[in-house]
Ligand binder design. Sequence first.
Ligand code: SAM
Length: 297
Amino acid sequence: MIGSAPENRKAAPSRDALMRDAVAQLKTAEVPNPGREARLLMRFACDLDAAGLSARAGQQATPQEVQRFEKALARRLRREPLSHITGERAFLDHVFEVTPDVLDPRADSEVLVLRAIACAKGRSDGARGDGEGIRVLDLGVGSGCLLLSVLAACPQATGLGVDASPAALDVAQRNASRLGVADRVSLERGDWLRGIESHFDVILCNPPYIDLEELAELEPEVRLHEPLMALSPGLDGLIVYLHLAPLLRSVMRPQAVALFEVGHRQGEAVAQIFGAVDFMVVTHRDLSGVIRVVEVT
Ligand SMILES: C[S@@+](CC[C@H](N)C(=O)[O-])C[C@H]1O[C@@H](n2cnc3c(N)ncnc32)[C@H](O)[C@@H]1O
């Protein structure tokens, strides 16, 4: 009959049905948290926030959404990180652009950023406690998630972010614009402290700290897709701390503080490295009780 729908044409699947099918496939591929991953992929494919997806999960997906979802799912099944597929990652109060050139911002780093914001506000010149006049240095700035979060929380603070990777610096620059702090940050290519002549109140550093041996045990998302220079400094995960400890004073203002993120088994060793060159050392633990930050003054 002219104009009637062909009898074998299938109705488009609902978003729920697509997600159920995806969960089964993600489980088979041993992707952790398959339910959450399927929802996040669907939100990306349909450009919906969490509430929007809940309200529309039972409805049919459009053909474009199905295509986008299936493409994204295929990448995730190959263990590409979700952030590389969606191009972004939420970290504390902001969403950062993420590419394969930068470390995917980790929840592990939140302890360091919250402590840095408290230090910046505490060191404010005025009584306003907003980080006024404070200078912040981030060594190995990557996506900028640490430094830019601090600058966004301290509207009068300014910062310098250094990284050896020009591609990472491009991402950090775009994130600075995203967060509206581009006029308060300089991003420069460099090799840790080499050539830095100015002085800072708050210094942040989340260096590559994974031993080469340990690298082999990591999930494929990290091992195969994140930049090696962001993950590991080589055989010994402590090399960067050992390199920075004797040089750090040269960039610290009086009363300055430096905050180092450490691997889950490195807290004591890193505290000793800085203690040995006469720093006062305090450590901070994450919610599971693991030392995540070594603070030195
Ligand atoms: C663990 S990532 C941290 C990135 C970001 N700060 C974060 O926390 O998500 C370490 C960063 O150090 C950078 N890096 C590696 N070697 C460096 C060097 N010699 N000088 C400066 N940065 C370096 C890497 O490119 C990478 O962006």
